[in-house]
Design a protein around this ligand. Structure first.
Ligand code: NAD
Length: 316
């Protein structure tokens, strides 16, 4: 079977149906795909059915594709049999290099060489996961955020032997499934999102160590402040809007201010190449929108967010 176009995939395999695999299965079913699942645990099939049932009301709210059916899955205890006839594989076994490398290599026996195998690994590098494969060029990491049926982000990461077209295909397949696929230019521990979470969380530990504020207040400093803005357009575009002149003005001044904070991560240095990459990248991210238009977009989305949260943790 040749690899179909990303929007022509009809049948996918989900190997390992714990928290993450079960949620992937629910997402793929909601997109009208047929799912072939496998897991060695006890009561695998019933437990998968329960997880799909848990995610389904959320998926109904997000919108189902034509043909979406929570029962359109089959279960096979043998993973090699489960992947047969599938046009994409999402592996979600435990985060152990040995387990994943052996499992992914074993799945090849049931697949044509060009069928993409994506691992949900959250920290293991794809170069390690593909190491024992006959066709490592079709192996990637497709790292979701829990639960994958709700949080749009999936990080698409290739190893040393991954073909660039595999990354393009996978990013487009995930996009077709309604995800926001972020393609890394190269592999790195923690990928992008967990590195960002790690940097913030190191500072939370630092603030707690110095007993600066309660844990609830440190959380609120994020969820009622930058978190609302970051949910809409991310840190760099927001800082672009924090200067009337533009992002270049921010990058030339604010990082020096960070250095007066004695942050958990030590000193921040912005060298010339990094500065250029950041300034050019933010200009590209504006998509030609001026600051007024961007600020209106930000404000409108935050009003919607605040309206949704009102009555829970915002004052009336
Ligand atoms: N939990 C999270 O928030 C999260 C988020 C993103 C990515 N991930 C990654 O997703 C993967 C799965 O994590 P999880 O949280 O679903 O774990 P989990 O423990 O809930 O599920 C793992 C499943 O894999 C099965 N399994 C065990 N050995 C297997 C094998 N050899 N072949 C196939 N299946 C096997 C287990 O029976 C279990 O059902 C890990 O790589 C993890 O790092 C987790």
């Amino acid at each position: 079977m040749a690899r179909p176009a990303p929007d022509q995939v009809r049948r996918v395999a989900v190997i390992g149906t714990g928290l993450i695999g079960g949620a992937w299965a629910a997402l793929f079913l909601s997109r009208g795909l047929e799912v072939s699942a496998s897991d060695p645990g006890p009561n695998g099939e019933e437990s998968l059915r329960a997880m799909i049932a848990r995610g389904w009301p959320v998926l109904e709210k997000l919108g189902l594709a034509p043909g979406a059916d929570p029962e359109r899955f089959t279960f096979n205890a043998d993973p090699v049999k489960a992947v047969q006839g599938c046009q994409f594989v999402q592996e979600s076994a435990p985060e152990k290099e040995d387990v994943k490398a052996a499992l992914v290599a074993s799945l090849e026996a049931g697949l044509d060489p060009d069928i993409v195998i994506a691992s949900s690994a959250s920290a293991l590098l794809p170069s390690k996961i593909q190491a024992r494969c006959k066709h490592p060029e079709r192996v990637i990491v497709g790292h979701p955020f829990n639960p994958p049926y709700l949080i749009p982000l999936v990080e698409v990461v290739g190893g040393a032997k991954t073909a660039p077209e595999t990354l393009d295909w996978a990013a487009s397949f995930y996009t077709h499934c309604g995800k926001r696929a972020l393609k890394l230019k190269k592999e790195i521990a923690g990928f992008v999102a967990n590195r960002l979470q790690g940097a913030v969380y190191r500072e939370i530990i630092n603030l707690a160590r110095m007993d600066i504020a309660s844990m609830a207040d440190i959380d609120a400093a994020m969820s009622q402040g930058p978190g609302l803005r970051w949910a809409v357009m991310g840190p760099s575009l927001n800082f672009h809007l924090a200067r009337r002149t533009g992002f270049w003005d921010f990058i030339d001044s604010f990082p020096n201010e960070f250095n007066t904070y004695d942050l958990a991560d030590g000193k921040t240095v912005v060298d010339a190449d990094t500065r250029k990459r950041m300034v050019d990248g933010v200009a590209e991210a504006t998509g030609g929108r001026g600051n007024d238009a961007l600020a209106r977009e930000r404000d409108k989305a935050i009003i919607d967010l605040i309206a949704t949260l009102r009555g829970r943790d915002l004052p009336e």
